[in-house]
Design a protein around this ligand. Structure first.
Ligand code: ADP
Length: 467
């Protein structure tokens, strides 16, 4: 059994703001049959300490305790540190909508707790590998190296846009050595970056799709880390995220009218139209479930929308985020063929994805993306930008793709309103051919989106580190 400690700031089913939480929660279960015992270290946010009764393993000083617990099939370690984590509201943002001012210290403490576990605080369970997720766990490889720990480390980049930046004068508070504040160490354009620390000091680096791994080595996508990643290219691997098929399977989904064939979508589509008071229409019912941010390219959708609605297409959007985008979508919902729900609502997201004909993901960059995978499983054809994990998971319905028969959706490039508008037109043309559309749906639904293959790749990666 290889023992792996996964260190993360979110984990389903306890606390989630994005796809990271899905990955962290799904991996231990997917890895168990492959001889990997994975435990997850999480901060003791109220959502965690309320749901889980932990057993105390150790006092870590400064009012911090390490707890152990079992929950929903997961083995958890919890850093119980009320001063850092017992706060109402968002796990990352204060009531003013800005990052908590001590975010770097909060997650440095989490990273130190990982070092304590690696040093044997839980007698009998010492990890062979510590798997660090995003900037919140970026200091773990550094701390472990400094402590002379034999544990190997994997640093996973879920989104390089989040880098854990702190000014130089936080060096001491974060337990970092000034001698390591160099261009090939902790320094990132005059500041400290905990993500960069992870990329420099880890044994292996992974990211969540093969295409994003390649993109990260380019100036366009690397956000200042591309040179470092090119330097470490031999240690960098892209492994696609899978989907938790216990939660996302049209045959067993408790939030919808379950189905196993494209025809079964009809009742869900009718229910969705009813819910959002949309009239019957001739064109495809398109859906979006997303954070509303610049990354997701949904401003382009607002521009391209007439290409859909002029052809009898409709749009349902569920999302929240940037107030300007929320406002713009609400304004667009003045059109009777556009319905918008601002908020975060998981049951509704299932009903929307089951009821839609197509799911739109026009992201400017997308490390992996999950909603296009849900779309495949549910026969809700993904319309995606040619980037990152979107490019790796959707096969375009061009003549070659249709001939194979491999096509599972529509892929567009460049990421512009014009290209998206052209693709929405193409979507309407395909939708008008009912036989072809059903064939595409069948292709999509037979595409495997579960964790099996990717879990094998992670197991192999840990295996390489522990031979
Ligand atoms: P990211 O992590 O960049 O937000 P992903 O596609 O990897 O993007 O993961 C987003 C996850 O969050 C998906 O599981 C998606 O269904 C969910 N999600 C996003 N917005 C909402 C929302 N408004 N309501 C419910 N679920 C949402």
């Amino acid at each position: 059994m290889t023992k792996v400690l996964s260190v993360a700031s979110e984990c389903v089913p306890l606390v989630k703001t994005g796809g990271l939480a899905d990955v962290v929660g799904a991996l231990p279960l997917a890895l168990a049959p492959l001889g990997v015992e994975m435990k997850v270290l999480l901060p003791g946010y109220p959502a965690v300490t309320k749901a889980v009764k932990g057993k105390k393993l150790a006092d870590l000083g400064s009012g911090q305790r390490l707890l152990a617990a079992e929950y929903a099939g997961l083995s958890l370690y919890i850093l119980d540190a009320p001063k850092l984590f017992d706060r109402a509201g968002s796990i990352y943002l204060g009531p003013d909508g800005h990052d908590w001012p001590d975010n770097l210290e909060r997650f440095a403490a989490l990273s130190q707790a990982a070092v304590a576990i690696a040093a044997g605080k839980d007698k009998g369970w010492v990890p062979d590998v510590v798997h660090c997720h995003d900037w919140q766990a970026g200091l773990v490889p550094y701390y472990l190296k400094k402590a002379g720990s034999p544990a190997k480390t994997v640093m996973t980049v879920h989104n390089i846009a989040f880098q854990g930046i702190a000014p130089y004068d936080k060096l001491g508070a974060l337990g970092l050595d000034a001698a390591d504040f160099t261009a090939d160490g902790l320094e990132y354009f005059g500041n400290v970056s905990t993500l960069k620390a992870g990329l420099v000091y880890s044994d292996k680096i992974s990211t969540v799709s093969p295409t994003y791994a390649l993109e990260l080595m380019t100036p366009e996508f690397g956000m200042g880390m591309d040179g470092l990643l090119r330097h470490r290219r031999d240690d960098l691997i892209g492994i696609l995220n899978g989907v938790d098929t216990e939660v996302w399977s049209p045959a067993t989904d408790e939030h919808i009218k379950p189905y196993t064939t494209p025809a079964g979508k009809r009742a869900n589509k009718a229910a969705l139209r009813k819910l959002f008071k949309l009239k019957k229409a001739d064109g495809p019912l398109c859906v979006v479930v997303s954070r509303l941010t610049e990354q997701k390219g949904l401003d382009l959708l607002l521009e391209a929308l007439p290409a859909l609605t002029s052809r009898g297409g409709q749009l349902v959007v569920l999302g929240s985020g940037d107030p300007a985008l929320e406002h713009a979508f609400l304004k667009a919902s003045g059109d009777p063929n556009v319905a918008v729900r601002i908020g975060y609502d998981e049951p509704l997201s299932h009903r929307i994805i089951a009821g839609g004909d197509a799911i739109l993901v026009p992201s400017r960059f997308e490390p992996c993306g999950l909603t296009q995978l849900y779309g495949l499983a549910y026969g809700t054809l993904p319309v995606v930008a040619l980037t990152g994990g979107l490019a790796d998971t959707v096969i375009d319905a061009n003549p070659a793709g249709l001939a194979k028969p491999a096509a599972t959706g529509l892929v567009f490039h460049p990421v512009s309103a014009e290209a998206l508008a052209n693709t929405l037109t193409r979507l309407c043309d395909l939708y008008a051919d009912a036989k072809l559309w059903t064939k595409l749906q069948r292709n999509a639904m037979s595409h495997s989106v579960d964790w099996t293959r990717s879990a094998e790749r992670y197991a192999a990666l840990y295996g390489d580190l522990t031979v």
